[in-house]
Design a protein. Structure first.
Length: 396
């Protein structure tokens, strides 16, 4: 009976999430999405992406699946964005499974519901991007790892470790910042003061996916580490600096820009206020069941704030909320864990108050978000220009 009830609730959560995403459909934007569309379109036509197409063309985990969709359904808004939308919905299910594994059924259901109307996810789930997709496979990596940790079957455990590594490899092929998940594994191993021999299967799984990239670029460019070379090139660094992608203020305040951003960006809503309250609650009360999520959330947030984008020179990571996608899952899980505590103050006052506030403000933030209207003028121009074929168009 309880199982049917949970299934029914998950169906309702997914229906609610899908409704929000279709109601606030965004589509292609004027930045990274264009690059992915161009690269995937070229591949679908049997061509290699143009040289100088940018790092987007190097993210094989997104451009090749989309190119398959283009081959089947042509290049349009649906074929461009359906993959991210489906993964966004799968992410909600995964969050439920992860919450159930680490905390409880109630925490898992609540985390899934929170993800359903998390503003960033709602806006970006119908836009071709690497953030939600890579974050999903990174979260799947953690889920499989923790599931294997609880398994008493040695053979089954090793197989799950292998798939955990494969998931991390897929996340990397989609977006290179997924490698920051290594900080989770490091923190987890340090806290437990042991590294199992069977962890080698995680490395093996990742290596199998990484070898795909090595062989691809070796054949295409002669440089098996072409993606790494590009990211660490002076050209890539100059793009970051000249386009002011850091968005940071002067030193030393600029070093803490991520902490400012998580409390001020509308696409994050008010979530991080309560996520940090949940973190303090778990630390003060030494909630050991929450430690894996803290090992995931805290080191990556600190690296995004103080770490370097390059391995060869110190270039601060651009302050974009897109990079925070990697810690959306642990953040929402920690919040749901806090809200499902049986303490009277939390249960009767904080939980209903916080949920009502988050739901109301998040929907409002999505509604007024400018991110949903990036290409409206271009789309209108296209409709007009299509009525005048063969005419020369001059533009800056």
């Amino acid at each position: 009976m309880a199982k049917n009830k949970n299934l029914f609730l998950m169906i309702l959560i997914l229906a609610f999430a899908l409704t929000l995403r279709l109601l606030f459909f965004t589509g292609i934007d004027s930045s990274d999405s264009i690059g992915y569309v161009k690269a995937a379109s070229d591949i679908a036509k049997g061509m290699q992406p143009e040289e100088g197409a940018g790092v987007g063309a190097l993210r094989l985990g997104i451009v090749y699946p989309v190119s398959v969709l283009y081959s089947l359904f042509g290049v349009n808004e649906i074929s461009s964005n359906i993959l991210v939308l489906l993964i966004s919905l799968c992410f909600i299910v995964l969050l439920y499974k992860l919450g159930k594994l680490v905390f409880s059924q109630r925490a898992g259901l609540l985390a899934a519901f929170l993800m359903g109307f998390f503003p960033f996810d709602v806006v970006n789930s119908t836009r071709l991007n690497t953030d939600i997709t890579s974050a999903f496979f990174a979260a799947l990596c953690v889920y499989l790892f923790l599931k294997s940790e609880k398994s008493e079957n040695t053979i089954k455990s090793k197989i799950i470790y292998l798939f955990s590594g494969l998931s991390l490899g897929i996340a990397y092929l989609i977006k290179e910042t997924s490698l920051l998940m290594g900080l989770f594994f490091a923190a987890y191993a340090i806290y437990n003061k042991k590294i199992k021999i069977s962890y080698i299967f995680i490395v093996l799984g990742f290596a199998l996916m990484f070898s795909i990239e090595i062989l691809y670029f070796l054949k295409l460019t002669g440089d098996q580490f072409y993606r790494y070379s590009y990211i660490n090139s002076d050209y890539a660094a100059r793009i970051v600096i000249e386009n002011k992608m850091q968005g940071r203020s002067d030193f030393p305040a600029g070093l803490f820009h991520y902490f400012y951003m998580v409390f001020s960006d509308k696409l994050l809503g008010l979530f991080y206020i309560f996520i940090f309250i949940a973190i303090m609650y778990c630390l003060i009360n030494r909630k050991k069941e929450a430690y894996p999520m803290l090992f995931w959330f805290i080191p990556i947030l600190l690296y995004l704030n103080f770490g370097s984008l390059s391995l060869t020179k110190y270039i601060l990571v651009p302050t974009s909320i897109r990079f925070l996608s990697l810690i959306t899952a642990p953040g929402l899980l920690l919040l749901s864990f806090f809200l499902t505590q049986n303490e009277t103050l939390i249960k009767r006052v904080l939980k209903p108050g916080i949920m009502i506030l988050l739901l109301a403000t998040s929907t409002g933030y999505v509604y007024i978000s400018r991110d949903r209207f990036f290409l409206d003028e271009e789309k209108e121009s296209y409709q007009y220009l299509s009525l005048h074929p063969g005419r020369q168009v001059y533009t800056d």
